[in-house]
Design a protein around this ligand. Structure first.
Ligand code: NAP
Length: 253
């Protein structure tokens, strides 16, 4: 099959590698925001498609049989575009995403919010040092309300814009382990603001925050659009594709 993997995540890289290994023709698409991104096996294309319509045209021009949307759970626009374009092209669109942290036993102890604004507001009511891990794009959204607070802001790349003087920006890429998180949260962090990225690569901070009785403010994921097949495990997705191929090859021509 000719498969378009919408990537930009470690899961996207791993699924592209697995699909190439299984003999599929794979094109991985990256938004192009990360410098020196690790690249998967197969073809690579970089940059936006020009909305759902541009993606539809790409699917037709490149005779794509299936989309695997392995973008980050918070890449909401790409998810909407992928579904719309796949429907118009009459092909499948599978969602591969990390298991939500909402399924963890301690999830009820967290303050759940729907937006960065709400997270920022909630944090104003809690004194003490803040550990902010919401990604480069949105970190500075917290400056208006939390600009005069003690904030450790961890991002893969320093945000563009003015960093409030009391903030410490830590540039680092996951996975993060308990020791990494202990070094930050153990420095007197009282509030962790993060989003429900899910999976295991960056979940150690939740265990360490619990150990230090720090309050966790968790931003809920945007909903998955439409009624699509959702996978959290690459093996299960690979089995689904293989079963689908077998069905197609058994169909009388
Ligand atoms: P988004 O808001 O859903 O997408 C905005 C636009 O960026 C899309 O409409 C599309 O442009 C382009 N785009 C996004 N993903 C693309 C891909 N894989 N290939 C080609 N174009 C893509 O997404 P976002 O939150 O800005 O995230 C951008 C990328 O960073 C995604 O690939 C995502 O996996 C990765 N990422 C995001 C986060 C996060 O927290 N949001 C965290 C880690 C990694 P056109 O409309 O022009 O096609």
């Amino acid at each position: 099959m000719r498969i378009l993997v919408l990537g930009g995540t470690s899961q996207g890289r791993r699924v592209a590698d697995a699909l190439v290994e299984a003999g599929h023709q794979v094109v991985s698409s990256l938004a192009g925001r990360t410098k020196n991104a690790m690249l998967p096996a197969g073809e690579i294309r970089i940059g936006g498609f020009g909305g759902a319509e541009g993606l539809y045209e790409y699917l037709i021009a490149h005779r794509i049989d299936l989309i695997v949307n392995a973008t980050h759970p918070f890449a909401a626009q790409m998810a909407i575009n992928a579904l719309a374009a796949s429907r118009k092209a009459g092909i499948g669109c599978l969602r591969l995403t990390r298991t939500s942290w909402a399924t963890r036993a301690d999830a009820n102890a967290w303050i759940w919010v729907d937006s960065h604004d709400q997270a920022s507001e909630q944090a104003t009511a809690i004194p003490g040092r803040i550990f902010l891990t919401v990604g480069r794009q949105h970190s500075l959204d917290y400056a208006p309300l939390l600009g005069d607070r003690d904030v450790i802001c961890r991002v893969a790349l320093k945000p563009a814009g003015t960093i409030p003087p009391r903030w410490i920006v830590v540039e680092a890429r996951g996975p993060f382990h308990a020791d990494d998180e202990e070094a930050i949260i153990g420095s007197g962090v009282r509030v962790l603001i993060t989003k429900d990225s899910g999976g295991t690569d960056t979940c150690a901070k939740l265990d360490v925050a619990a150990r230090h009785a720090a309050t966790v403010i968790m931003i809920r994921r945007p909903p998955i659009p439409g009624n699509q097949q959702v996978f959290t495990k690459i093996d299960t997705l690979m089995e689904w594709i293989s079963a689908r191929q077998t069905q197609a090859s058994n169909r009388p021509s």
